[in-house]
Write a protein that binds this ligand. Structure first.
Ligand code: CU
Length: 287
């Protein structure tokens, strides 16, 4: 059972943070369909896009996405989205930390320090940025940005990746106090009384945070290459979980329940209970 902790909780435990960093770095070095580039590519470039936005499938699709990404971090992901026993035992219980951008801390410092620092002990911080091209010699893998694609992104989406040299994801965060507030969540999101309204209102606030981070995060084709994407979406998933378990929480309409969350071999009905997906949120730290 993976417990997803608030980022500040992980940052307060140096051993937990370095274990998470190690798992993230390992995933980035895996150049096949269980690796970071492959997962990031499912959201956007290289084509096709699979992500669901502006759709009632926004919340369930991203829940399935994080589920398989977390299995990959845990080294429990086999070929074609199967589950296997962990290949690296120490990563078996890793949970994705959630970035509470509505917290007082985020409104004072902005991005979590663990994701903001470029280097840790003289080594590149795997949570800071991603070089989007394939490592030389890793061969052809779905989702790699070939040189012409890198040039296209530089022309069409300026600021998403570095303008010269190796293509590395960029950020351009706004002022910390411009992040969405807990009051906004409490009044405009968590008070919704239908699944459709909740899904739509949470997607809007979620989009504001993508734009707040800027750079790669502000463009769907590149967003999932920024490591903060995963902790931002863990926060979104947690808010859905909190609403599901509140008095107002409702299931999606019946006609949605059998929708398949492609490319993942899962339906909407199968992601409604996170206990069944073998992860949970550390409730002691609820905002
Ligand atoms: Cu998103």
């Amino acid at each position: 059972m993976a417990v997803r902790l608030r980022i500040q909780s992980i940052e307060a435990q140096p051993s937990a943070l370095s274990l998470f960093r190690d798992a993230f770095a390992r995933l980035k070095s895996q150049g096949d369909d269980r690796g970071f580039d492959f997962f990031a590519s499912l959201h956007g470039l290289a084509l096709p896009f699979w992500c669901e936005h502006g759709s009632p499938l926004f919340l369930p699709w991203h829940r399935a996405y994080l589920y398989y990404f977390e299995l990959a971090l845990q080294t429990r992901l086999g070929p074609r989205f199967t589950e296997i026993t962990p290949q690296v035992q120490e990563f078996a219980e890793i949970g994705l930390p959630w970035w509470d951008w509505a917290s007082p801390q985020a409104h004072s410092v902005g991005l979590p320090p663990s994701y903001a620092e470029a280097e840790v002990d003289g080594v590149a911080n795997p949570l800071h940025a991603t070089e989007v091209a394939a490592c030389p010699g890793q061969g052809a893998v779905t989702g790699i940005w070939a040189a012409p694609l890198v040039e296209l992104v530089r022309q069409q989406l300026p600021g998403v990746i570095s303008a010269t040299g190796a293509p590395v994801t960029q950020r351009d965060p706004d002022a910390p106090d411009e992040l969405p507030t807990q009051a906004t969540l409490d009044t405009l999101v968590l008070t919704q009384s239908t699944y459709g309204d909740f899904n739509t209102s949470l997607e809007q606030v979620h989009g504001d945070v993508h734009v707040w981070v800027g750079g790669a995060m502000s463009q769907v084709p590149a967003a999932a290459y920024d490591p903060i994407f995963w902790s931002h979406h863990a926060m979104i998933d947690r808010l859905w979980y909190l609403w599901q378990n509140s008095a107002l929480g409702r299931d999606p309409p019946p006609d949605l329940l059998n929708a398949v969350l492609a490319p993942f071999p899962m339906t909407v009905a199968q992601v409604l209970e996170i206990d069944r997906l073998n992860y949970g949120y550390a409730m002691a730290a609820v905002a």
